[in-house]
Design a binder for this molecule. Structure first.
Ligand SMILES: Nc1ncnc2c1ncn2[C@@H]1O[C@H](COP(=O)(O)OP(=O)(O)OP(=O)(O)O)[C@@H](O)[C@H]1O
Ligand SMILES: [Mg+2]
Length: 299
């Protein structure tokens, strides 16, 4: 993969050097850590996304991937983890996310009869101590009062006072944060400016056209070119309707499209689309719009 990427992106020499150096560290990882290294399967709609993400990573910037649901944000973060061969620790944000879920928790351990308190490190502390990648998924879904904990690790200080142990944790070299934000997702709050300020923004749009065709062919069980073409066309129509404000964002998710492709190996295409895309929507009017699109395409 590495040679291909170097050629495809024409990366500057010092960036290539940095990637090579980071990859050398891999030999030192434990089995558990090595298992946290991501897969390479991200397809970019254009090279700028990859080039800019790689440059920002090598400059050790925090990256905020923003795009609609199922556009490949998590895949892109995994791709970076794969390129640098760096383990990736994950936090999934929700209103339930608290300091313990990010930093870790205290527990009582027994050595014979002796009880002692031990701190079990969470994803943030592990990634910082080991100089790994931290992926914060849907950072805008977290409660605003939870996020200030992260401010210190995201700026030049790269450090954090663990409120559970009072230990000051300084990030090891190599520590990097990639976060994602779902734009237009119901229930999200706009990201606080102080936090946003600490990131480089990368837009991750839905794949379309030939790129999408290759992705569906590679990632789904469906290999019939005619059916895949219909799905690719449907995706384009769905994105158009989302942009026109006629459909909710998730209707155009590539994840749902891949589900439809998988089902369509065994089900008639119309029913596959029904199960994977249409029936997830609440609004009858939206369902009818897609139903119409499908009927036009399948005829
Ligand atoms: N550009 C892409 N390259 C590779 N896979 C993709 C791409 N876009 C979508 N996919 C596929 O679609 C699915 C969703 O991708 P992923 O989980 O990365 O999306 P996401 O943007 O993180 O979504 P969410 O916001 O819901 O977490 C995966 O199965 C992935 O394989
Ligand atoms: Mg994701």
């Amino acid at each position: 993969m590495l040679e291909e990427i170097k050629q495809q992106l024409s990366l500057p020499q010092e960036i290539i050097q940095h990637i090579d150096q980071t990859r050398e560290v891999r030999a030192t990882y434990s089995k558990e850590d090595a298992e946290l290294i991501g897969q390479s399967g991200y397809t970019a709609p254009h090279n700028d996304i990859l080039y800019d993400t790689v440059v920002a990573s090598s400059l050790n910037k925090n990256i905020l991937l923003q795009g609609p649901t199922g556009s490949g944000k998590t895949k892109l973060a995994e791709w970076i983890s794969h390129l640098y061969q760096k383990p990736m620790h994950m936090i999934n944000c929700s209103v339930d996310l608290d300091a313990e879920a990010m930093l870790g928790y205290k527990t009582i351990e027994y050595k014979g009869d002796q009880a002692h308190v031990e701190f079990i490190p969470g994803p943030v502390v592990q990634a910082m101590r080991k100089g790994h990648l931290l992926y914060i998924d849907e950072i805008n879904m977290a409660r605003p009062e939870t996020l200030p904990i992260l401010n210190g690790i995201l700026d030049y200080r790269r450090s954090l006072t663990n409120p559970f142990t009072t230990e000051v944790i300084k990030a090891k070299e190599g520590f990097q944060v990639i976060a994602s934000i779902n734009i237009g997702y119901i229930g999200t709050v706009p990201l606080n400016e102080a936090l946003k300020n600490r990131f480089i923004m990368i837009d991750v749009p839905y794949l379309q056209g030939d790129h999408l065709r290759s992705l569906v062919t590679a990632q789904s069980g469906q290999k019939d070119a005619k059916l895949i073409n219909i799905l690719v066309q449907l995706s384009e129509d769905l994105i158009f309707q989302v942009k026109a404000g006629q459909l909710s964002e998730e209707a155009a998710s590539i994840r749902a499209l891949l589900d439809a492709a998988d089902l369509s190996v065994y089900l008639p295409l119309g029913r596959a689309i029904q199960r994977a895309i249409i029936d997830k929507l609440e609004d009858e009017r939206e369902k009818a719009i897609i139903q119409n699109l499908v009927e036009t395409l399948i005829k």
